[in-house]
Ligand binder design. Structure first.
Ligand code: SF4
Length: 451
């Protein structure tokens, strides 16, 4: 589809709004150029007034609004007019409205800091972005849950560490990260050299942090799947962290064990003995059929065993990740996953919504068969919210990504007092994070789906 801009070049925000309605479409962009008479197109004009129109297959519509008096508000006004036109012509009203490219809870925290009360916050977000009451409520609950973590943060003098282990036992169909399947010989041979270089870099960076007088607040070892490497390598990395940094003040130490098929008593012992306070064991779904569909080579049984083993070894802060919308899953199936997890009573349960990025196997249209429709995925997410909040869990961090089914959200739920500090600080962009092996950019994608 071609997008024509007349009198403006607000490409970034307008593209984000258009993608809410045409998520997998490819676009061509033209600025103050002649408009081709043929072909799918959207025209976005700010010449004398705001005028938007669409011609796309059967869809045909247009909408106008006056230019705002303050020129700085033109982009927002154009996006709102575009959003309204696309909502009307497609019959689809995204629940997050045209709130894109903004961290929703961060915005709530900012509005609160500006002195707006709850009612004023809602009115503002409704008027500016068409945010629905349901999503506003989710943001408010999440912001409430973050208070202690944000109040106790020494923003200026502290930092967190993120260490990535970019290896996995197999590649999930939805994975868009740089992670190597250790089933390949090449990847297996990379592990040793990778660990060696990583440890060298850790030691070098620690000196810099010390020179700056900063102290380490939280540690997060993610991936990939950190437990995909041997207990010895894991031990080496963690001991290097301790030997390099002063970790005497850390308040949280997470190891994202991730895939249940990589978890052994020996590796859990290394994690525990080295002082980790929080681990993740991630089933994504508790349906063996869905696990097979997404290319994970473990079973639900292996998840239960890994969870039980961790509990028996004294891990008292365990997170479990799930994804709504996986291939072959249903609303009932996903609800069952949530019920079973609630039954296990982990300290936190993270509910992601499936995101299909270009680098994932799932992006190819022939691989997308069996994916649930947007309405069903929205029901999965709603069911999770209802059942988890009824069962003593509260949302405590939230983020959204491009290309997520239904433009929905990823939410971490936890029991009272079990909020992961690292997750809050990175999402709210409140603390410096030192990362190694930039397999993910330092953004919300460092909290990816499906470890
Ligand atoms: S989604 Fe996570 S577990 Fe799956 S291959 Fe990617 S990094 Fe590994």
């Amino acid at each position: 589809m071609n997008i024509y801009f007349l009198g403006n070049s607000f490409k970034y925000e307008c593209e984000a709004v258009i993608k809410l309605f045409f998520p997998l479409e490819r676009f061509g962009f033209f600025f103050d150029e002649d408009i081709a008479e043929e072909g799918d197109r959207i025209i976005l004009s700010t010449v004398g007034k705001i005028a938007v129109s669409i011609e796309c297959g059967e869809l045909s519509a247009s909408k106008e609004s006056p230019l705002p008096e303050n020129e700085d508000e033109t982009e927002g006004a154009l996006c709102r007019t575009l959003f309204l036109m696309l909502s009307e012509v497609t019959g689809c009203t995204p629940e997050w409205g045209c709130l894109t490219g903004i961290r929703p809870v961060k915005k709530i925290n900012e509005l609160t800091a500006q002195g707006l009360d709850r009612h004023q916050r809602f009115e503002y977000l409704k008027e500016m972005y068409f945010l629905t009451p349901k999503k506003f409520e989710l943001c408010e609950m999440t912001a409430d849950q973050q208070h202690t973590a944000l109040e106790t943060l020494d923003e200026k003098n502290s930092f967190s560490l993120y260490v990535s282990i970019p290896f996995c036992p197999s590649r999930c169909s939805y994975c868009s990260f740089v992670s190597h399947s250790i089933t390949s010989r090449g990847a297996k041979e990379l592990i040793g050299p990778y660990v060696k270089k990583l440890c060298e870099e850790i030691a070098r960076t620690a000196q810099k942090a010390a020179d700056m007088g900063l102290f380490c607040d939280t540690v997060y070892i993610g991936g990939g799947t950190p437990t995909a490497i041997s207990a010895k390598h894991l031990d080496n990395i963690i001991k290097t962290l301790y030997n390099s940094f002063d970790l005497s003040k850390i308040r949280e130490f997470t190891v994202e064990a991730g895939r249940p098929d990589t978890i052994t008593e020996e590796k859990l012992a290394v994690i525990k003995e080295n002082g980790a306070t929080r681990i993740s064991i991630n089933p994504q779904t508790l349906s063996d059929e869905v696990l097979k569909n997404i290319g994970r080579i473990h079973t639900t049984e292996e998840f239960y065993k890994a969870f039980e083993l961790a509990r028996s070894m004294g891990f008292d802060n365990i997170n479990t990740d799930t994804i709504a919308g996986l291939t072959g899953d249903t609303v009932e199936g996903f609800a069952d996953t949530i019920e079973q997890l609630i039954g296990l009573s982990p300290e936190s349960i993270t509910v992601h919504t499936l995101t299909v990025k270009r680098s994932a196997r799932l992006f190819a249209s022939e691989n997308r068969q069996g994916l649930a429709g947007t309405a069903d995925v929205a029901r999965m997410v709603d069911t999770a919210f209802t059942r988890l909040t009824e069962s003593g869990y509260s949302p405590y961090y939230l983020y959204r990504q491009k290309n997520t089914v239904g433009n929905l959200e990823n939410v971490g739920y936890c029991k009272k007092g079990k909020e992961s500090l690292y997750n809050i600080y990175i999402m709210e962009e409140r603390q410096n994070i030192l990362q190694w092996a930039q397999v993910h950019p330092p953004s919300s994608s460092t909290l990816p789906q499906g470890r």
